[in-house]
Design a protein around this ligand. Structure first.
Ligand code: UT7
Length: 324
């Protein structure tokens, strides 16, 4: 029938940064963070630890779980906003690390929606060529892109990577559909400037360098509404009732966003996979990490209908349905 996930994997850096530790870094309190975000700790990369290294480890596990060799991969798509270099792409570093010599590779910038945009792309390539195996990764070292003096942002994000190997199945399983959206007119609300230019004619006034800035309250409102619209639009288009969903795996941004979303979708919380308390918001990595945890703990069975939804900078957002 279509594009299936053959295997998943994830990788978290070893260092865990707790809310209590954050109290000594920035003017905040562990209780404030827990009650306003649901986050209790996040994993943070070590000195010099790079996005592609986490990505390659997650990918290696996904390949093993799928029983697919690196040489069989035709494409590697890596969703990230925290590459250690702009060129080569992190995807090319991963390709080299894995020895995936038959794959072409590129990064995809859709912030927290990077993994779902990547799955959508993988589906299109696989539909066009059933022999294609595509590795979709979401990976971030956002701790390197935070202003650690800004309590509005530095308490929210974490590092990590998740990956899925996709291929074709002629069974009745597969990706049912996706509903991907963007709205560039709202981009200022959640942004990260490029590194400053060395060309005096191209210097952008007020560019603070490459770290995340956010109007939290506005982002919050848009995130809930956008994910709700994307999910209902997709369910309606695919003629799938919300009662028939087996599991929902949303982007793990903030527990309050998730609670509002669950209320608007009117689905039981027991059907929603949530791990934001352990990892914070890992942007493009959040959905594939959650997917790997759900998958490896046996929460998804063959034939289940799984719904994903995301929201992030751009704005970018979307929803995807898979018959597992
Ligand atoms: O993937 C999408 C990415 N973005 C997001 O998911 C973020 C969406 N936004 C949010 O999750 C929330 O807006 C935040 C968690 C960022 C902030 O929560 P909030 O309930 O919207 O707080 P607020 O910004 O309205 O601030 C309330 C108060 C303010 O103090 P005053 O003005 O009431 O005295 C802030 O200065 O809380 C203060 N505050 C903090 N206090 C302790 C803001 N950040 C902190 C902090 N620790 N870290």
């Amino acid at each position: 029938m279509g594009t299936v996930v053959l295997g998943t994997g994830s990788c978290l850096p070893g260092r865990v940064l707790t809310n209590v530790e954050l109290e000594s870094i920035v003017d905040t309190s562990a209780d404030w963070i827990k009650s306003r975000t649901g986050i209790e700790s996040r994993h943070i990369g070590g000195k010099g630890e790079k996005t592609y290294q986490l990505a390659a480890q997650a990918a290696q596990k996904a390949l093993e779980a799928a029983g697919v060799s690196a040489e069989e991969l035709g494409l590697i798509v890596l969703g990230t906003i925290s590459s250690h270099m702009l060129m080569p792409s992190s995807a090319c570093f991963v390709q080299n690390e894995l020895g995936a010599k038959n794959a072409f590779a590129y990064d995809l910038n859709a912030a927290c929606s990077g993994f779902l945009y990547g799955l959508d792309l993988a589906d299109k390539y696989i539909q066009a060529d059933h022999s294609m195996k595509v590795l979709v990764i979401g990976a971030e070292t956002l701790s390197s892109r935070l202003n650690w003096q800004d309590r509005n942002t530095c308490i929210l994000f974490g590092d990590g990577a998740g990956a899925a190997v996709c291929g074709y199945s002629d069974s009745d399983r597969g990706l049912i559909g996706s509903n991907m959206r963007s709205d560039g007119s709202l981009g200022e609300l959640l942004r990260m400037h490029a590194p400053e230019s060395f060309n005096p004619d191209l210097i952008v006034e007020g560019n603070p360098g490459a770290y995340i800035q956010m109007e939290g309250r506005e982002v919050f409102k848009h995130a809930v509404r956008a994910m709700e619209d994307a999910v209902f639009g997709l369910l309606e288009r695919e003629k799938i009732s919300k009662e028939s969903l087996s599991l929902v795996i949303p982007h793990q941004a903030n527990m309050r966003i998730l609670n509002k979303l669950i209320a608007r979708l009117d689905i039981p919380q027991s059907k929603v996979f949530i791990n934001v308390s352990k990892y914070g918001n890992t942007s493009a990595a959040s959905i594939p990490i959650a997917l790997d945890e759900a998958n490896s703990s046996g929460l998804i069975a063959k034939g289940d209908t799984v719904l994903f939804c995301s929201f992030g900078g751009g704005f970018t957002w979307g929803a995807t349905l898979i018959k597992w």
